[in-house]
Design a protein around this ligand. Structure first.
Ligand code: ATP
Ligand code: MG
Length: 330
């Protein structure tokens, strides 16, 4: 029985997962509304709220799983990458809990969590597989031969796909985070109304989204505030289409180049309805099996951290007392 803790950004998360991948609880206390008024996550405020919420979130995760700390065999925690102050809250709490009970502690790479989210549940994906992770801070294609690690085949050279959604949303006057709002609004718009660039840098599997964001900025300036408001749904739909086109094009290329038979998506942008639909179409066409995690396992959550911890070496007491959080990929 694994108790996992995730506090890398602005969601305070705890989950109880069994060694054979059954999710007993997956609690997410989102601070989204608190940060919305600032138009983005304020690191210091995120850390303070993690501190206030973490005990209650862990209690809730145990209660919903119908277990107590006595039933927990190991603790898993996100070590990085993320906001350092936010990560430190989770790492300190995990170390404290593990130490008083002399339990093993597993430090987890947050991105490994996104990569292996589909190994949870009753139809778990098994290696080898390819994974597209598109989140607020990262966008990459990875090859997974062994669930304990992943090889990045290509990644964004500038902005992440989620960042493109959020910055685009801000330009359109949508509340933070822009991704879910853009998804909702796009359903009412014409994706062919505006022509936005599809940047496919090099001949490899890298991504680039900063030019797209600039193109939207210029377009909004050209047409003016009133017209932007009037045509917001068309702008959102066209902009989202450009992001999804690029993600699907690169995913197809990765599948063709590697000959992969299994594909998974992960990260907050994997919650996007158009991406979910289009990637399903592409995989069906290529005869590749696709795993699309439920939305609660796409955006930040602790169940995916528990998932990754099953494939990661545990630290024993007292060696983890010197464990530190890491803002960048370790
Ligand atoms: N339906 C959606 N459509 C598009 N984007 C979405 C949707 N839902 C969430 N997102 C985007 O997902 C991102 C958040 O994802 P996630 O929580 O995985 O990222 P993060 O933890 O902030 O970054 P990272 O995982 O890279 O450290 C935000 O950019 C948000 O706008
Ligand atoms: Mg994340």
């Amino acid at each position: 029985m694994i108790l996992a803790i995730e506090t890398s950004c602005d969601d305070t998360c705890a989950a109880v997962v069994t060694g054979d991948a059954a999710i007993r609880s997956n609690v997410i206390a989102s601070q989204g509304l608190i940060h919305a008024r600032y138009g983005g996550v304020v690191p210091e405020i995120a850390s303070r709220h993690h501190l206030e919420l973490i005990d209650a979130v862990i209690d809730d995760a145990l209660e919903r799983a119908d277990v107590t700390l006595d039933d927990i065999d190991r603790i898993a925690v996100t070590r990085g990458p993320g906001l350092i102050g936010a990560l430190l809250v989770g790492v300190a709490v995990a170390k404290g809990l593990a130490a008083v009970r002399r339990l093993p502690l597993v430090p987890v790479d947050h991105l490994h969590g996104h990569v292996v989210a589909s190994t949870l549940g009753d139809n778990p994906i098994e290696p080898p597989f390819l994974c597209l992770v598109a989140s607020g801070g990262h966008t990459f294609l990875a090859s997974v031969e062994d669930a304990g690690t992943y090889e990045v085949l290509g990644q964004t050279l500038d902005d992440a796909a989620g960042e493109a959604f959020d910055k685009g949303g801000r330009l359109l006057g949508l509340p933070y985070p822009g991704g879910p709002e853009m998804d909702r609004l796009s359903k009412q718009g014409d994706a062919g109304a505006f022509d936005f660039p599809r940047s496919l840098p090099g001949d490899g599997l890298d991504f680039s989204f900063s030019g797209l964001k600039t193109a939207l900025l210029y377009r909004v300036r050209d047409i003016g505030e009133d017209e932007t408001t009037r045509r917001r749904a068309d702008l959102a739909a066209s902009y989202q289409r450009a992001i999804v086109d690029v993600l699907v094009t690169r995913a197809r290329l990765a599948i063709e180049r590697t000959g992969a038979r299994r594909f998974a998506i992960g990260g907050g942008v994997a919650a996007n309805s158009e991406l979910r639909e289009r990637i399903a179409g592409a995989c069906a066409e290529l005869g590749v099996d696709l795993w699309v995690p439920p939305i609660a396992l796409c955006t930040d959550n602790a169940a995916m951290i528990a998932a990754a911890s099953r494939f990661t070496a545990a630290l024993q007491y007292p060696e983890y007392l010197s464990l530190d959080a890491s803002a960048r990929v370790a």
